[in-house]
Every structure is written in C-alpha cells, then in structure tokens.
Design a binder for this molecule. Structure first.
Ligand SMILES: C[S@@+](CC[C@H](N)C(=O)[O-])C[C@H]1O[C@@H](n2cnc3c(N)ncnc32)[C@H](O)[C@@H]1O
Length: 331
C-alpha cells in the first residue's frame, strides 16, 4: 500500500503543479516523511517551492524601495530609517506570492497593477507614543490651548475644534485631551469644550484607538501626574478613563483623498505627510490644511519636518519652525 503511495502521489502532485497551477515541477523540492507505530504506517509528502525562503537583503530592499516609493508618491528619505519594518512586510508579501527576489516582485507589479494598492498599505508606519516630543506638548499646554480657550471665550463660542491626522492608536489625540481636561479645564477653570477629530487610514488602528488600552512602553514619556490621573491599571496594561474619550471622534480616512468637514482651531499633522509623502502631495495637502484652519488657528508638524513652501498665511509661532499660526489678516 505504502509503495503504491510513493509511486502514485508524486504523479498526482505533478499533474496539479504543472497542468493546473502552470508551474514547473523543477521549481519544487520534494520530501517524504514516514511515520510508523503499532496501528499505522504511513508516508507523508511535503512539497515546497525552492527559493521561497530567500531573505530580501537590505541592498535589494533599498533598491526596490527607491524604485517603487516615488511611484506611490512617497519619498525614499522619509523611509530610510524605518525601512526594516517595510522590508519585512515586503518579504512576507513576496513569500505569499511565491516570488523569490525583488526583480520578480517588480515584474509582478507591472503585470498586476492592483498589487500597487497592497504595496501602498505595506508602507504605513504606525510608530507613535503619548506626549511625543515633549517640548511641543509643553507649548500646547502653556500657550496654545489657553490662547484658544481665551479667544473662544471672548467670542462666546463654546467649542474648540482640533484635528489629529494620522492618529495611529490614539496616542496623539488622547495626549491633547488629557492636557485639556487636567490643565485647561480643571486648573484654569476655562469653559469651552475641546472637540477632536482623529483620522487614520488603517482601520485596525482606529479600533485600537477606540479601545484606549496601552502598554507601559507607549506611555513612558507621559508625565507621571497625567499617567496617574488619566489611566487605570488592568494587569500589565493601562486603560484610558472614559472621561478622556469624550468628544473625540475617530474616522478612517486617507489624507491623500479625504478631509473631515468644517474648519479647525488646531491641526496636528506630525510624522506623516511631511516625512513620507512626495513634495507635490505635500504641497497639495498643505494648501488644503491652511484653508481648513480658522484665522488665528495653529498647525503643528513633526519635530524633524519642514513645510514644502512658505505659505504667507502661516506664521512661525514662538520661534518654533514647526508651529504655525494662521495670520488673521488672510483668509
Ligand atoms: C508615524 S505614525 C504618526 C502618528 C502620530 N501622528 C505621531 O506623530 O506620533 C503615522 C500614522 O499615519 C497613518 N497613515 C499612513 N498613511 C496615511 C494616510 N494616507 N492617511 C491617513 N493616515 C495615514 C499610519 O497608519 C500611522 O498611524
């Protein structure tokens, strides 16, 4: 019986591989595994595609990214430092497709244009943490938020609107909300409500934002007074208290195509557009962001980013070339 298996099974597999899948048998290695106990004697067959376990070298991955990123309107220098996580995802994708090197993946992209959407999604970098770039949050805390609250109170408008673009798992909008609740409202006793719109292209991250549960690592930069007052412990994790989730709406949106309606007093656009996107896309998005800011509103970009052009509507605030206040004399 078993000898029959050894003779017949490889033939059936050959028919499958060569005639039904259209691949060459010589691209596959073949192993037999024999198992024998008192009741059972059987032979198993393992076929695997040769070359499938090739690793994508750093040099090959760089070459691939330098070729593909501009075609997706991304910029290679933004990815240089974080390329390893993107390379790992690309290698996994190549394995799924049975492609053994980056040249084959290039050919695949040329033959299957829909694959570009998948490659695009492999390039989303989700690194974030609470209170990222402490100095910015200190300026928000001591200058920007009280300024906005005062102006709103003077205009008798009860709501301040902020937008966090590329909000990852909620670390940025929740940091803002914590400052607002614990300092501006509780300490300064100011009245206006802060409403935050937080957008991200990745639906999984939106779900994580809504859950509001974090590991200690993503909270290590948050001053301990905020940690103590805003979170409850749940085993190894920390859960944001419900009070800090109020008036925040999370939306799945791609900043290249969609903008939330309305105008904003504060826009946080950090570590996404002005790091990873190509210059033309940056310019088009900046133009829209400036238009969506209220006069006297603020735009904040990432600590290592710069704007693609000097927009006369946006003035550098507090000598920080990453914080801009919209000139009240322009619309
Ligand atoms: C590097 S994280 C930055 C998170 C946060 N802004 C910060 O500075 O800590 C970039 C985020 O942007 C999101 N993202 C990437 N491409 C996007 C797009 N086209 N539209 C909206 N969000 C995007 C990613 O999913 C990720 O959560």
């Amino acid at each position: 019986m078993n000898n029959l298996c050894v003779r017949v099974v490889p033939r059936i597999v050959t028919v499958y591989i060569e005639y039904l899948w259209g691949e060459k048998m010589s691209d596959y290695s073949f192993l037999t595994v024999t198992h024998h106990d008192d009741t059972l004697f059987c032979t198993g067959f393992i076929y695997h595609r040769k070359g499938l376990n090739h690793t994508l070298s750093d040099t090959d991955c760089i070459s691939f990214l330098q070729w593909s990123l501009p075609q997706l309107h991304f910029r290679w220098p933004g990815f240089r430092k974080v390329r390893r996580q993107v390379c790992k995802r690309i290698q996994k994708r190549m394995t799924e497709l049975g492609l053994s090197d980056q040249k084959k993946y290039r050919q695949h992209l040329m033959i299957h244009p829909e694959e570009w959407n998948i490659l695009d999604s492999l390039c989303y970098i989700s690194i974030s943490r609470f209170y990222r770039d402490k100095k910015i949050f200190e300026i928000l805390n001591h200058k920007i938020l009280p300024d906005l609250a005062n102006r709103r109170a003077a205009n008798q408008r009860s709501k301040i609107h902020a937008w966090s673009i590329g909000c990852s798992s909620g670390e940025e909008p929740y940091s803002l909300k914590i400052l607002w609740e614990l300092n501006v409202k509780d300490k300064l006793g100011m009245e206006p409500e802060l409403h935050i719109t937080a957008t991200d292209v990745n639906p999984g991250l939106i779900q994580r934002s809504l859950a509001g549960t974090y590991s200690a690592g993503s909270l290590k930069e948050l001053p301990s007074v905020y940690l103590k007052n805003a979170f409850d412990k749940a085993g190894q994790l920390l859960c944001l208290k419900e009070r800090f989730k109020e008036n925040i709406r999370f939306l799945r949106q791609d900043i290249r195509k969609q903008f939330p309606p309305g105008r904003f007093d504060l826009i946080l656009c950090r570590n996404l557009v002005f790091t990873y996107f190509g210059r033309e896309l940056q310019m088009a998005i900046l133009e829209k962001l400036a238009g969506q800011l209220h006069e006297g509103g603020f735009l904040i970009i990432g600590a290592h980013e710069k704007l693609p052009f000097n927009d006369p509507r946006l003035l550098i605030f507090e000598n920080q070339p990453i914080i801009f206040k919209k000139n009240s004399n322009n619309s």
